[in-house]
Design a protein around this ligand. Structure first.
Ligand code: MN
Ligand code: MN
Length: 454
């Protein structure tokens, strides 16, 4: 058993070199020039190709049962789509607001993923309230290896956390070295603005963005980082969407020892004109925070390039248009929030970012593999190509060209938010712990072989 990836250009967050990658026992055993394959082992010829670490998506909803609707996703189809796109590790969020406590949430997500996920996966824990009993459960989960918590400032009453509990969670996190991730939008302003718009007869999807404009997100960033700085916690702003929120985060640099910012591929490649399409079609692009202006895209690319933005994820959370997005006909506040992206992220980022001259490939590898691994405690196993790391490898063909379409996507949703986008570059071979999972755009691995990372 073993796998030799021969003759490619190995690219990590730190640099690049021409080298062979020898994988054995699920790990990368050697990275050097001219490795002779022992007889009988599989050789992947990678001449002319890029050899990249398996990508990590730090923010995915493979399973998300919300109060009114459940995302059209499960661990089987989500991880398969991830692998087809070059992502070998996803991080989901245990808890969706309906579970009675952390143990129940954790057990539910473990049960959903076990034997279903085809790539490795981790969980952040969703926290919406805090008391002595819950703290005991948290302590046990931390002892098991939990590294990160997720809180929502928005979505009252289902998900949002109150100020008092927020501070206690941040103090617990600070004392235990956990990262606290936050959805940053003001909880009170959104319903107030929604009400005002609906009362004025503004009911279509194009009014979603005006109901949660950049200042509402910037205020959320300010509040979260103020609390995190006061508690001394590691803070991670999820899915930052716009220049205004990024400038707000910049004001906190130096006030927090650990401040991480995540953006999403949709904020880099789509803008709010999609959500303004007529005949309710705009509902296909409703997510929160909303899609913004084109000028925000450039601000986010600049933040990725200069290091102010640390990670690139998807917030993958697909819905059908028919029967799901349609729940919000006549009332944009009832449109389920979320879009797919786990399959498209790396091709879109490679096309717009690397081929488009906005960020070097090494930087893309850093924000989509190395940094998520370092922030969430996976470094040493995931995030780069080096001896001793898991053999999660993507052989990337920079010359591949294709057009994204719902007709060819792996998910069974009835539309693709990137329909018609022409992308450059594609994963040709994808491995997880040395097993070939994708070859020439086809899933060829053992379904359900993914492992929970703790
Ligand atoms: Mn969110
Ligand atoms: Mn999310």
């Amino acid at each position: 058993m073993g796998l030799l990836i021969r003759g490619g250009e190995v690219v990590t967050g730190a640099g690049r070199c021409r080298a062979d990658v020898w994988c054995e026992g699920g790990k990368i055993a050697k990275v050097e020039k001219g490795i002779a394959p022992p007889p009988g082992v599989e050789v992947v010829e990678a001449a002319g190709k890029l050899v990249l670490p398996g990508f990590i998506d730090p923010h995915v909803h493979a399973y998300l049962p919300l109060t009114t609707v459940t995302a059209k996703s499960n661990f089987a189809n989500c991880t398969r789509a991830a692998l087809l796109g070059g992502t070998t590790c996803i991080m989901d969020f245990a808890g969706a607001g309906r579970e009675k406590d952390f143990d129940e949430a954790w057990a539910a997500w473990e049960a959903q993923a076990a034997g279903q996920a085809s790539c490795d996966y981790g969980f952040h824990l969703m926290v919406r309230r805090y008391d002595a009993g819950l703290q005991k459960q948290l302590e046990r989960l931390v002892a098991k290896g939990l590294k990160s918590l997720k809180i929502y400032l928005a979505y009252k009453p289902a998900l949002a956390i109150g100020d008092e509990d927020l501070f206690r969670v941040l103090e617990f996190a600070a004392a235990n070295g956990l990262v606290v991730m936050a959805h940053c939008e003001n909880a009170e302003l959104i319903p107030a603005l929604q009400k005002k718009l609906l009362a004025a007869g503004k009911t279509g999807p194009e009014w979603h963005e005006p109901s949660r404009p950049p200042m509402v997100e910037a205020e959320g960033v300010c509040k979260f980082l103020t609390f995190a700085a006061a508690a001394g916690a590691k803070a991670y702003v999820v899915h930052l969407s716009c220049a205004e929120a990024l400038s707000m985060a910049d004001r906190f640099r130096g006030k927090l020892e650990h401040l991480y910012i995540e953006t999403m591929i949709q904020y880099l490649t789509l803008d709010k004109s999609y959500a303004e399409r007529g005949n309710f079609e705009g509902a296909k692009w409703i997510l929160s925070p909303p899609l913004r202006e084109k000028s925000d895209q450039e601000a986010l690319w600049a933040g990725l390039a200069d290091g102010r933005i640390d990670t690139l994820g998807t917030d993958h959370c697909p819905f059908d248009f028919k029967g799901q997005k349609e729940l919000g006909r006549g009332d944009f506040t009832k449109i389920p929030n979320g879009i797919a992206g786990v399959e498209e992220r790396m091709a879109l980022a490679y096309t717009a970012g690397v081929a488009g001259g906005r960020i070097p490939l090494e930087r893309l590898v850093a924000v989509a593999a190395e940094n998520p691994a370092k922030i969430f405690g996976l470094w040493g196993r995931k995030g780069t190509i080096a001896e001793g790391f898991d053999a999660d490898v993507v052989v990337w063909d920079p010359a591949a060209r294709r057009t994204i379409s719902a007709r060819t996507q792996s998910l069974d949703t009835d539309y693709n938010p990137y329909e018609g986008f022409e992308v450059a570059g594609a994963p040709e071979v994808v491995t997880v712990r040395g097993e070939v999972m994708v070859r020439n755009g086809k899933f060829v691995g053992t379904p359900g072989c993914g492992r929970l990372l703790l």
